[in-house]
Write a protein that binds this ligand. Structure first.
Ligand code: ATP
Ligand code: MG
Length: 270
């Protein structure tokens, strides 16, 4: 091929999106169990990337490894080119990776607003120098924190419940509060672990539009674990399928939906 032909071909393909997250041969053992077995994938900037598979497939364990909650048995995780698998969860959060939890983790006795503000406070204080020197927040940061926390609550539809104790909120609201708290960390990569779990059908239906809205507004890259298949198929650019810790498929929703191995392991004949 001539140089000109190669250049023309490259131009047709368009500019390559940059890879933000590279999971390489990620492996996690629990005793004799290989919960995640040599899983590799890349996530591109701005992608909504789905992760599906049967119960116990290793999805949450994968999130835990990416966010530093569980150490890798082997493999590597690179974020924007640098290895993060040896970092603590707070260091990883500071680099712009935030998450929600399958088993909701809120401060139940604190209000919705306080739950968001705590995350914000940790984040604002965590600049490199501020962390080392224990510097107080700047006046500007202090002033704008409550305002910003209210904006986030408003965004997730919880402003009217700002002063309600988190534990008294309906399940769906608690899930949205977790999303607001994650956003308080000002992430560029957001990991959502089963955000639709416990939501009613209406809430599930709205969630797709909601996640898409967040993605557009904050220019997020999103990693989504979700059992509600229509949501995943409708929302994700690409989907990875885990089964017994192994990656059995990776591709566009339509491709994954028709994959016999995926139908066999997870989707069923329907
Ligand atoms: N801390 C742990 N100690 C021992 N085994 C664990 C631990 N965490 C997870 N496992 C096991 O690892 C496997 C993967 O679990 P994981 O929670 O990652 O699955 P999952 O795909 O998120 O499932 P679900 O859809 O039910 O949430 C399971 O067999 C689980 O029992
Ligand atoms: Mg899970």
């Amino acid at each position: 091929m001539t140089a000109q032909a190669a250049a023309e071909q490259a131009a047709q393909v368009g500019p390559a999106r940059s890879v933000v997250l590279q999971a390489e041969r990620l492996t996690r053992r629990f005793g004799g169990l290989l919960a995640v077995n040599s899983v590799s994938f890349d996530v591109e900037e701005g992608e909504i990337f789905g992760l599906i598979g049967p119960n116990g497939a290793g999805k949450t364990t994968l999130f835990n490894m990416i966010t530093g909650l569980q150490r890798l048995s082997s493999g590597s995780v690179r974020y924007r080119g640098s290895e993060i698998s040896k970092l603590r969860p707070d260091q990883i959060a500071r680099r712009g990776i935030a998450r929600t939890f399958q088993n909701i983790r809120l401060f139940g006795n604190l209000s919705a607003l306080e739950n968001v503000m705590i995350a914000q406070h940790v984040h604002l204080r965590s600049g490199v120098l501020g962390g080392v020197l224990g510097l107080p927040l700047s006046r500007r940061e202090e002033q704008h924190a409550p305002e910003r926390a209210c904006e986030l609550l408003d965004l997730v539809g919880l402003l009217g419940r700002a002063y309600q104790e988190a534990r008294t909120l309906p399940y769906g609201d608690q899930r949205r509060l977790e999303i607001a708290r994650a956003l308080a960390l000002e992430p560029t990569l957001l990991l959502l672990d089963e955000p639709a779990a416990g939501m009613n059908p209406n809430e599930k239906h709205d969630l797709s539009t909601f996640i898409r809205g967040l993605h557009d507004r904050f220019k997020l890259t999103v990693l989504l674990i979700e059992h509600h298949v229509p949501l995943v198929l409708g929302l994700c650019d690409r989907i990875a399928v885990l089964n017994f810790g192994q990656l059995i498929a990776l591709g566009a929703p339509e491709q994954v939906r028709q994959d016999p191995a995926v139908i066999d392991a997870y989707l069923g004949a329907e």
